[in-house]
Design a binder for this molecule. Structure first.
Ligand code: SAH
Length: 276
């Protein structure tokens, strides 16, 4: 069943969207969760694709917008099962395109932000498969906006760092210059950082960050179950031993978290809307 109302949307579809051609792959950002946060190009692609290869964090509400005869292929990690190997996913995309399908690769957030979209794009380019990139709202910006945290504010910061909290094997990311990262910007937005949060906080403290620096953990951002835990950098160790933090979560360190006091708008019945 298509969850999308007709009217304006059908008028948009009839207009001059770029054609989704057979044998092409569209690498599309699904946004951070709420179905309403996909782009119009992404929505268009959902209606046109023959095959949709999607990740764990893609909302069911988006898949419901797909054409009823589209084939849905799950390529994520869920319930502790090992994720499909990246090389296998890329190969699958190539084979589907070579078979003449319109292939939609739907990835959470923005495909190029810690999402391996770059790797898949390179694999397609090497195989000579024509492709298009459709950016998405990344969790580290849009997810924080739903928690009332602007990633920049003129009064607090002129730079932002985006950091991943673990590497391929699930360990601490290698090759990060921690003292440099800790001191380069007051605001640091961390993806996949819950598991090693205490260790990461320790690195920042060792590099001279103030234990009083504000930190917020925004879990399941943009969805009805969004939760926010606010603490201080020096308290993170205690926090992560005390409670199981919900995931997926974005962690934001820095003074911008204080704007939640005025900007925390995503409350109450607003969460009940299916599109966000
Ligand atoms: N490409 C994605 C990120 C993929 S990495 C993007 O641009 O958003 C997966 C990580 O993204 C998660 O571990 C978590 O840190 C973050 N994330 C994705 N969706 C989220 C959500 N709804 N709420 C909080 N964090 C989220």
């Amino acid at each position: 069943m298509s969850a999308m109302p007709s009217g304006h949307f059908s008028r948009l579809d009839a207009a001059t969207f770029p054609a989704f051609e057979a044998g092409h792959v569209w690498l599309v950002g699904a946004g951070p969760g709420a179905p309403g946060l996909i782009t119009l190009l992404g929505y268009h692609a959902l209606g046109q694709a023959n095959v949709i290869v999607y990740d764990a964090l893609v909302a069911q509400g988006l898949l419901d917008m797909a054409s009823p005869d589209a084939e849905l292929i799950y390529a994520g990690k869920r319930g502790g099962k090992p994720s499909a190997k990246q090389a296998d996913i890329s190969l699958r995309l190539i084979e589907l395109a070579q078979a003449g399908k319109r292939v939609l690769r739907l990835k959470g957030g923005d495909p190029f932000m810690f999402g391996r979209g770059g790797e898949e794009g390179v694999a397609l380019a090497k195989a000579g498969i024509p492709f298009r990139i459709v950016p998405g709202v990344t969790a580290g910006i849009g997810g924080l906006a739903y928690a009332g945290v602007p990633v920049t504010h003129r009064d607090t910061n002129h730079a932002v760092i985006f950091l991943t909290g673990h590497d391929d094997s699930g360990g601490m990311p290698q090759g990060v210059d921690w003292p440099a990262v800790a001191n380069a910007a007051s605001v640091i937005v961390m993806y996949m950082a819950v598991k090693h949060l205490a260790t990461i906080a320790g690195k920042f403290l060792a590099a001279g960050r103030d234990p009083d620096d504000r930190l917020a953990i925004v879990a399941r951002a943009t969805g009805p179950e969004q939760t926010v835990v606010e603490t201080r950098l020096g308290e993170v160790g205690a926090l992560s031993t005390q409670q199981e933090l919900p995931t997926p979560a974005i962690v934001v360190l820095g003074p911008v978290t204080r704007y939640r006091e005025q900007l925390d708008w995503y409350i109450g019945e607003r969460r009940e809307n299916a599109y966000g």
